[in-house]
Write a protein that binds this ligand. Structure first.
Ligand code: HEM
Length: 133
């Protein structure tokens, strides 16, 4: 039997709709590549260009963060959002640019609009923990 969209949203976790760990990894890889090319925030990631092991660690933490926050089994072992971004003085425009990179990546990977809207709302909810800290 084909599930209606409403049934699908009720019976599957966001983690499942993101494609589990593999789907989240694709989003994070795409978003980080987009951040590096983004004229507004690329400079934030430049210092990591010659530290691939640190980039991998940040990506792994980001994957676990999204997995843990969307109903997946993974445990997040990184710092909380305020501690991770403390002292960077990220402003609202930079935050929106980063969020847009994630949502554009998701659109390119053909995630449905409902899932993208749900992720957009989660990103907005994290904003106060990350900007101007
Ligand atoms: C959209 C919401 C965001 C989320 C969910 C997020 C998530 C994360 C996570 C999980 C880490 C790793 C923390 C750790 O390893 O302990 C991290 C690190 C980092 N984030 Fe974000 N971030 C966001 C927005 C931003 C923005 C807007 C910028 C800058 C424009 C940014 C720049 C960085 C940098 C440079 C690091 C590395 C910090 C370090 O090495 O100490 N993030 N972020």
């Amino acid at each position: 039997m084909t599930q209606s969209l409403a049934e699908k949203l009720e019976t599957t976790t966001l983690y499942e709709r993101l494609g589990g760990a593999a789907g989240i990894r694709r989003i994070v890889d795409g978003a980080v590549a987009a951040h590096m090319e983004n004229p507004l925030i690329g400079h934030r990631f430049e210092p990591y260009a010659d530290r691939p092991e640190r980039v991998e660690e940040i990506k792994q933490h980001t994957c676990d963060f999204f997995a843990a926050g969307s109903g997946g089994p993974d445990k997040y072992r990184g710092r909380n959002m305020t501690e991770a971004h403390r002292g960077m003085e990220i402003d609202g425009a930079e935050y929106e640019a980063a969020a847009q990179d994630i949502l554009t990546t998701m659109a390119a990977l053909n995630y449905d609009p409902e899932t993208r809207i749900e992720v957009a709302a989660i990103l907005q909810s994290l904003k106060p923990e990350i900007i101007h800290v």
